[in-house]
Design a protein around this ligand. Structure first.
Ligand code: PLP
Length: 232
């Protein structure tokens, strides 16, 4: 049996240490507990221990948990999202972090207009060496923003990435640096709905590096909930 409390305490103290080491304020950093393959009861338990933000990478699974978890748990969509699932998530999730194209952004905006609300979003950027990861290429961001700056019911708050899955610290750091530099480059690109501040980066194997490189949102699953029985 894993001890949720011990895991959460350990992650939080490691976050604090990494902040101290890099001269950052721990209050600038939001922890999202990635709860894919974790049953609703355990999510509610984690919420009772103080975690409030949970990340899911599949729309279906997220939807199935909405009614089963405690009311104070908030969900973030962090995985690839098909346009035909958007309507189920708009109004139900705290953020959508995985916008990877104009078509998806348009659909989220359309549903947000329909529901008369604003959706918090991040743009996913492909920084890793692996071919299979989703996200815009670095050099596609400007075009994307030109299109998205007229979608007034989505708030584009920053960038998200998944670093290369490797033990090579330099390579991981490179991914996070790419994201930070891109955010800095476009930080002056402000419109009514675009203001890129957030950097969602850092998972169980690399969150300390992500903090050093400026992460404002960490997405941590395994270190909190233990090894998942189903591999994604
Ligand atoms: C699974 C997942 C995470 C968390 O990964 P861990 O290694 O378990 O911490 C973070 N972000 C995304 C997009 C994921 O799918």
């Amino acid at each position: 049996m894993i001890s949720l409390r011990e895991n959460i305490d350990l992650v939080q103290s490691r976050i604090e240490n990494a902040c101290r080491k890099s001269g950052r304020n721990v209050n600038e950093i939001k922890l999202i507990a990635v709860s894919k393959n974790v049953p609703a009861e355990i999510i509610s338990e984690a919420a009772a221990l103080g975690l409030k933000d949970f990340g899911e990478n599949k729309a279906q699974e997220l939807m199935s948990k909405l009614d089963k978890v405690t009311k104070d748990a908030r969900f973030h969509m962090i995985g690839h999202l098909q346009t035909n699932k958007v309507k189920y998530l708009v109004g139900k999730v705290e953020s959508i972090q995985s916008i990877d194209g104009v078509k998806l952004a348009k659909e989220i905006n359309k549903r947000a207009v329909y529901n008369n609300l604003t959706v918090n979003t991040l743009i996913q950027i492909h920084t890793a060496k692996e071919e299979t990861k989703f996200g815009l290429d670095e050099n596609e961001l400007e075009d994307f923003l030109t299109n998205a700056c007229e979608m007034n019911n989505i708030s584009l708050n920053g960038l998200m990435t998944i670093g290369t899955f490797t033990d090579d610290e330099k390579e991981i750091r490179r991914c996070f640096t790419v994201l930070r530099n891109l955010r800095d480059k476009f930080s002056a690109y402000k419109t009514e709905n675009v203001n890129l501040k957030e950097l969602s980066m850092g998972m169980t194997n690399d969150y300390q590096i992500a903090i050093e490189e400026g992460a404002t949102i960490l997405r941590i699953g395994t270190a909190i909930f233990g090894t998942r029985s189903i591999v994604n």
